[in-house]
Design a protein around this ligand. Structure first.
Ligand code: PLP
Length: 375
C-alpha cells in the first residue's frame, strides 16, 4: 500500500530528539525551531514526560468515557491553576480542528443561533465547521461550504459591529495570533471589542488558542494580553508535547447536558498523563517566563536586521517577513545550517520552538540567519 500523497515533504528522516535538538538517521544534528508545527512545548523526550507516559502505560493506557477517569479531573485542576481559569470546565478531544469544531457547535447549542464570524486569513482546522471557518477556499470541499460563516477583515471594529447587529451570530472565533495567516497579533482593543459586542448580542467569544496558546507567548493564552476572558478557549498543539490531545475550556455560564458533546478517544488515560506531564514541566521550569524572555530577546535582535521587512509576534511565536529576493532563506537555514523553521505564505519564516529554548540556541539561530541574509 502507498501513502496518500498530500504532504510536500523535506527529504529528511528524523529518528531521535532531545530538547531543542533532533537527529536524522545518519546522526546529523538539527536545531528545531519549528517544534513539529508548534507542538513540541517542553522539548523532545523530556525525561519527566517520558517517565509519566511510561508509568501510565504500565497501568492502563485507555478506557472510554463510560467510566470514572480521575486523571481527567487531575488534568482539569492543574490546567485551571496554570491557566488562571479555575472556574472554567474542560472537555477533552484529540486535535485542534476537533477542539474548534466542538467550540463552534457548543456555542450554537448555547444560544440557538447559526452564524459564525471568522476573519480573513484565519486557520481553524480541517473538520467540517472548522474548515468552513478557515479562510482558504482550496481546502474547503463543496460539502463543507456554508452560508453560516461570515469572514470579516482583520481587526475591523466597525465591520464587526455591523455583522453582529442583526443578532443572528452564534459565535466569533479568532486566533490570538494568526499562525498560518503569517503571525498577525490580534490588537488588544479588538479583542476587548469582541468581548463587549459578544456580551451585547449574546454571541460566544471563541479564542482559538491551538497554536498561540499553552504558554507560547509568555501568557497562558495569548488572548490574555487583552485583559478580557473569552467564553471558550480551544487548545491542542502544545498540550501533549506530541501526544495527540486537544480540548476546550468552557466558561461557567455555559451549562453541559449529557450527550451534547462526546468522543471515543478524547481524555484517555495516556493522553491525560501526557497533558499533566506538560503542565508539570511548564510550572516546574518556569517555561512561560522563559518563552517571554527568549522570545523578546529574539524579536529585539531580529528587528535590528535591515534585510528583514518586518518582525511580528509575541514570546516564542515569531514571524519574520522577508523580501521576495530572500525567499530562499528558510531552505538555506535547513539545508546548510540544519535549522528547522516554519513558514507562512508568501515569505514569512515562523519560529515556533519549544518553550525551554535556551539563549545559546537562540544565538545559534541568529548567527546562521545573519549568514544566510548576507550571502
Ligand atoms: C490556529 C489553529 N487552529 C486549529 C488548527 C488545527 O489543528 P489540528 O491540525 O490539530 O487539527 C491549527 C493547526 O495548524 C491552527 O494553527
Amino acid at each position: 500500500m502507498k501513502l496518500f500523497d498530500v504532504y510536500p515533504i523535506n527529504n529528511i528522516n528524523i529518528t531521535r530528539g532531545n530538547g531543542s535538538l533532533v537527529y536524522d538517521a545518519e546522526g546529523t544534528e538539527y536545531l528545531d525551531l519549528y517544534g513539529g508545527h508548534a507542538v513540541i512545548s517542553i522539548g523532545h523526550t523530556n525525561p519527566h514526560y517520558v517517565k509519566r507516559l511510561e508509568d501510565q502505560l504500565h497501568q492502563i493506557g485507555f478506557y472510554s468515557n463510560s467510566i470514572e477517569i480521575p486523571i481527567q479531573t487531575e488534568l482539569a485542576q492543574k490546567l485551571g491553576k496554570v491557566s488562571g481559569k479555575d472556574d472554567y470546565q474542560l472537555f477533552l478531544c484529540n486535535s485542534g480542528a476537533e477542539a474548534n469544531e466542538n467550540a463552534l457547535k457548543l456555542a450554537s447549542f448555547y444560544n440557538g443561533k447559526k452564524k459564525i464570524i471568522a476573519f480573513k486569513k484565519s486557520f481553524h482546522g480541517r473538520t467540517s465547521l472548522a474548515v468552513a471557518a478557515t479562510d482558504n477556499p482550496k481546502i474547503v470541499a463543496p460539502v463543507n461550504e456554508t452560508d453560516n460563516v461570515i469572514f470579516l477583515p482583520w481587526a475591523d471594529e466597525a465591520a464587526l459591529e455591523q455583522a453582529l447587529k442583526d443578532n443572528e451570530v452564534s459565535s466569533v472565533i479568532i486566533e490570538g495570533i494568526q499562525g498560518v495567516g503569517g503571525i498577525q497579533v490580534a490588537p488588544e482593543a479588538f479583542l476587548q471589542k469582541i468581548r463587549s459586542l459578544c456580551d451585547e448580542y449574546n454571541a460566544v467569544f471563541i479564542a482559538d488558542s491551538v497554536q498561540c496558546g499553552y504558554g507560547r507567548t509568555g501568557k497562558f493564552f495569548s488572548h490574555d494580553f487583552a485583559g478580557v476572558n473569552a467564553d471558550i478557549y480551544s487548545m491542542a498543539k502544545g498540550m501533549g508535547n506530541g501526544f495527540p490531545i486537544g480540548g476546550i475550556i468552557i466558561s461557567p455560564k455555559i451549562q453541559p447536558a449529557y450527550g451534547m458533546l462526546g468522543t471515543t478517544f478524547g481524555g484517555n488515560h495516556l493522553a491525560c498523563a501526557a497533558g499533566l506531564a506538560v503542565l508539570e514541566v511548564m510550572e516546574q521550569d518556569n517555561l512561560m517566563q522563559n518563552a517571554a524572555e527568549i522570545g523578546s530577546y529574539l524579536i529585539t535582535e531580529l528587528k535590528k536586521l535591515e534585510q528583514v521587512k518586518e518582525v511580528r509576534g509575541r514570546g516564542l511565536m515569531i514571524g519574520i517577513e522577508l523580501p521576495e529576493e530572500l525567499a530562499h532563506a528558510r531552505k538555506e537555514l535547513l539545508n546548510k545550517h540544519h535549522i528547522f523553521t516554519g513558514e507562512a505564505k508568501p515569505n514569512v519564516i515562523r519560529l515556533l520552538p519549544a518553550l525551554n529554548l535556551t539563549k545559546a540556541y537562540a544565538d545559534r539561530f541568529l548567527e546562521a540567519f545573519v549568514t544566510v541574509l548576507n550571502q
